[in-house]
Design a protein around this ligand. Sequence first.
Ligand SMILES: Cc1cc2nc3c(=O)[nH]c(=O)nc-3n(C[C@H](O)[C@H](O)[C@H](O)COP(=O)(O)OP(=O)(O)OC[C@H]3O[C@@H](n4cnc5c(N)ncnc54)[C@H](O)[C@@H]3O)c2cc1C
Length: 469
Amino acid sequence: MAEDQNFDVVIIGGGPGGYNAAVRAGQLGLKTAIVEMRGVLGGTCLNVGCMPSKALLHASELFEAASSEFASIGIEVPAPKLNLVQMMKAKQDSVTALTKGVEFLMKKNKVTYFVGRGTIAGQGRVTVTGNDGATQTLVTKNIVIATGSEPTPLPGVDVDQKQIVDSTGALSLPSVPKSLVVVGAGIIGLELGSVWRRLGAQVTVVEFLDRITPGMDTEVATAFQKALVKQGVSFKLGTKVTKAATGAKGVELTLEPAAGGAQEKVTADVVLVAIGRRPFTKGLGLETVGVTTDQRGFIPTNHFKTAAPGVWAIGDVITGPMLAHKAEEDAVACIELIAGKAGHVDYNLVPSVVYTFPEVAWVGQTEDQLKAAGVQYKAGKFPFTANSRAKINHETEGFVKFLADAKTDKVLGVHMMGPQVGEMVGEVCVLMAFGGASEDLARTCHPHPTRSEAVRQAAMGVEGWTMQA
Ligand SMILES: Cc1cc2nc3c(=O)[nH]c(=O)nc-3n(C[C@H](O)[C@H](O)[C@H](O)COP(=O)(O)OP(=O)(O)OC[C@H]3O[C@@H](n4cnc5c(N)ncnc54)[C@H](O)[C@@H]3O)c2cc1C
């Protein structure tokens, strides 16, 4: 065993929670170590999550545009041919460049990077077991757990990463399946389903609930489902998968109505199980400091403090939206608290984005939530059919919806479906972070012609003076 090393902070996990915590700790002059067992930094997000999925969404969107849209705007090219090997290589090259960038950030901020599994070995001690089995112990004033999450398994449907895959397998299929069944109509399933549909698969989404994308404003979710159906995705809602049998002819799935009833069989070349993610704490040694997880496996925290003194937790391993930018917010707030500053995260202002086409983005309360809470609100809505830039670009599907307090006009939530709305939700986050009113945005000059003018027009709609529709 190597000699003990002393730190102010040891972070276990090198994803967006862990690496951002490391950067901030380094900036604040804390002696910091990060422990990651994957062999590369970046966590789920960079390696098997946000970034590879966006690489494939981008590439497949261009592939589809070249197949079906180019001719209509006067660009005549032969029918595009898919080179999946090259598409996957381009994805991997981008991922590698990004993970190297994170490694550079560790050096820049004087963070010591240990490759291996980190195990808490009592208060203030973390044992690192390298891939070669060698161990060393780090002594530290603070431990930050940022061990993230893993795909939730579905009983009766065993992932083999060939015929039955999880999101990681779906990011690296060796060929385009003729048919793909996606189990789960959440963001990850719909994004990856979109990728493979654009590349030629017949995609069916099976969902237990009677709606897609729980958490999304119902009006938007309904419009979004319609858009996906128009693109050729089929949905079986209110349906559960009870069994999967793999064979030479593909996967035979047994389906049942969620409420019970007659069984139905469906076959597919590939099945993607995307029913959610669960916190990952395997082999972490939580018991050595008396920390227990809740029923769903999350580490309970109060302002990132666990039940054990000097042990903190952030990101997907604690409750809240399982998103990279939420993990990043947690990271900054947690480290600032460790450094004696005032760290704080407003979870109402964590935006969500679905990177399909059209995109869906939102922040704050949904109309369903406001109704359920009995909040009096006013709504302003603007369709992309009336936005000049969207019209010119033939991307008119969708709308922007503003929800503001009926008395004070304070913005409570904004919901958008349309082209690149993921890039546009940020301005609403800033508005809401300052407690802004819809009128603040409605009276702010926006550049013309941009899609962001739709956001302004929707804000104008709250007071009934939308000008362009
Ligand atoms: C397909 C897919 C697409 C996604 N797209 C988006 C998106 O577009 N936008 C978005 O915001 N979010 C997206 N997410 C979610 C996002 O990836 C996660 O919310 C984010 O990565 C969570 O960050 P984290 O740091 O908490 O955990 P993780 O990124 O999961 O990182 C945890 C790291 O800890 C390591 N680890 C675990 N235990 C130990 C241990 N004992 N010792 C050492 N290392 C350990 C793991 O190897 C891992 O690298 C996506 C996820 C998936 C699967």
